[in-house]
Design a protein around this ligand. Structure first.
Ligand code: HEM
Length: 262
């Protein structure tokens, strides 16, 4: 496999300074190496170049080789100069300004929720339940809220109970669960959905430890509604799959809480 200056099948050595080439303006980037998990790219930014705020779905490390710049990460300004190392977790908003010509190595590593965190078997089983979730989705989510509010009445105050009564919240949750079932092996397709839900969760003060409550209620509801179709295998797969989805939300929501507090 060769997707850059080097090939993953052979060892490779370079003196990064020798590879630096500054454009007159803007950015010149060179992919040094790419494998299944990481991509190593040399970035050379001409003095004055600015990259507006954006996010990456993968963890990233900036290792500065030379020059001067400012990296704004989660609203915090970090001075970039030779030898500075910055780790940026996936989805952290960041922007960059090159005060002088600036060269750094960017290492993108596989995002924290790669496909292989869920086994192929789990993916197959979860996907096979999608038609059932489409058919019984709202029955499952209505049941889920019933179970949750019965066992944990304290969470009720976070919810708009009229959206429970008119069925709109169970319908939204059913759509989210179904979308996840169909896209479990392509989480990036769910990014806008995750963004919207995570912001709603932050607005209603959802906490990481509450994911276990929702998880146990949702799994119980799936079991109750699907009956015989909720085999041991299906339940094991959904338990694993729920944990991955919960982590996606927990991580994103922590970032939003941090940003709101800064
Ligand atoms: C993976 C698990 C979860 C999924 C898929 C999920 C999904 C959703 C969706 C689709 C919405 C509607 C967003 C909108 O209005 O556009 C929502 C809202 C909400 N969720 Fe979650 N959620 C999850 C976990 C949790 C947890 C752990 C809590 C904590 C109790 C929670 C509490 C809420 C609240 C309070 C709202 C606002 C509802 C309202 O306005 O009445 N969710 N969620």
């Amino acid at each position: 496999m060769s997707n850059g200056l080097a090939s993953v099948n052979n060892s490779f050595t370079a003196t990064l300074k020798d590879l630096i080439e500054y454009p007159k303006q803007g950015i010149l980037s060179k992919v040094l190496l790419k494998d299944n998990n990481c991509q190593y790219t040399l970035f050379c930014l001409a003095k004055g170049t600015e990259i507006d705020e954006h996010t990456s779905t993968r963890n990233a490390v900036v290792t500065v080789i030379e020059g001067q710049g400012i990296l704004t990460l989660n609203n915090e300004e970090i001075a970039l100069n030779s030898g500075v190392f910055v780790f940026m977790p996936a989805n952290a908003p960041h922007a960059l300004q090159a005060k002088e010509n600036l060269a750094f190595l960017l290492t993108l590593s596989e995002h924290p929720h790669p496909k292989n965190q869920v086994s192929q078997k789990t993916i197959d089983i979860v996907k096979s339940t999608a038609p059932l979730l489409k058919q019984h989705g709202e029955k499952i989510t209505k049941k889920m809220y019933e179970i949750m509010f019965r066992n944990h009445p304290e969470v009720k105050e976070q919810f708009d109970m009229s959206a429970q009564a008119n069925g709109s919240q169970p319908a939204k949750l059913a759509t989210a669960v179904y979308s996840y079932a169909t896209q479990i092996d392509n989480l990036s397709a769910l990014q806008s959905m995750v963004e919207k839900i995570a912001h709603r969760h932050v607005a209603t003060y959802v906490q990481p430890e509450q994911y276990a409550i929702v998880g146990e209620s949702l799994l119980q509801a799936i079991k109750d509604v699907l009956g015989d179709a909720a085999t041991k295998e299906v339940m094991t797969a959904w338990t694993e799959a729920y944990q991955v989805l919960a982590e996606v939300f927990i991580n994103r929501e922590q970032q939003i809480y941090c940003r709101n507090n800064s």
